[in-house]
Design a protein around this ligand. Sequence first.
Ligand SMILES: NC(=O)CC[C@H](N)C(=O)O
Length: 366
Amino acid sequence: MKKRLLILEDGTVFTGTAFGSERASQGEVVFTTGMTGYQETISDPSFYGQIVTLTYPLIGNYGINRDDFESISPAIRGFVVRELAKTPSNFRCDLTVDEYLTSKDIPGIEGIDTRKLTRIIRSKGSVKAILTAADEEVNVDEIVAKLQVTPEITHHVREVSPKAAYPSPGRGKRVVLIDYGMKHGILRELNKRDCDVLVVPYNTSAEEILAWLPDGIMLSNGPGNPEDVAESVETVRNLIGKVPMFGICLGHQIFSLACGARSYKLPFGHRGGNHPVKDLRTGRTDLTSQNHGYAIDIDSLKDTDLEITHIALNDGTCEGVRHKKYPVFTVQYHPEASPGPEDSNHLFDEFIEMMEVEAGKGKQHA
Ligand SMILES: NC(=O)CC[C@H](N)C(=O)O
């Protein structure tokens, strides 16, 4: 069993056991609180550039299967667990987490105090860290000094958005899905409703999108700071009022910025499967799946045509908006679940309904 170190920029060193790839890796450490769904978490492209720690203490007990991936290649920089199950047991299990991460060249560490690590992230906020082998040559002071001056990575979306458009056909509503680093759950939900989907790269122009004559546009989740993707904000600005839109997570942030709102970085983000969110119009609270480090500033909505529709009950932050004039709504959380609760799955039905209503209006005009 090889020893591995997780060294934080504040100088804290955790010593644990290595699994997965043997290489060293650097990233922002974040924690997620889901008790299940680690396979979806590992393969969620919104974690690009991050070392992910799971607060649930035993991970890997049902292995990795063929069905639950949210993308083809995981984008995480490292995986941190208290205890990794060595002998998973499940009828769908194909590989162990160790085998899978080794095949994808992602390093992991187990056997560290993940509660202590989580507390550090909670009190310090975003923390840069490095995963490296515990050999004699390691100079912790040098690594810490290097970490402290390493700038945050920018423009994550470019790394995970597809290079070309591809179809996912259906007989229903025609939807252009802008893929900023999409979880496949979003595409699955649209396909389940028989949508005729065209998935397009983040930098596809508004003209190209509209040339496909979509009934609706879906703005996906994705990694990083929404302010880094100014060109996508500009594209969305040019689409507002032309076609119904539904946005999720980064899609929600990009749409809000396009309407003139501002975003900011949360102290330690929302990541997990039990975040209560209140729908301000119905008073209903859904338990939601979340994975975001940024949020839309509620005060900044005053100067826009947006109305806040959802708030996080844990900290009162913005969880959803709706355009006052045009058929567009967006949420900060994940109605596609995968992983997590499916309470808000109905939002995909609302999107279909919204497209039907708009298509009906078009017919009346014709
Ligand atoms: N899952 C997402 O789309 C996350 C959005 C954005 N990258 C954030 O961290 O806030």
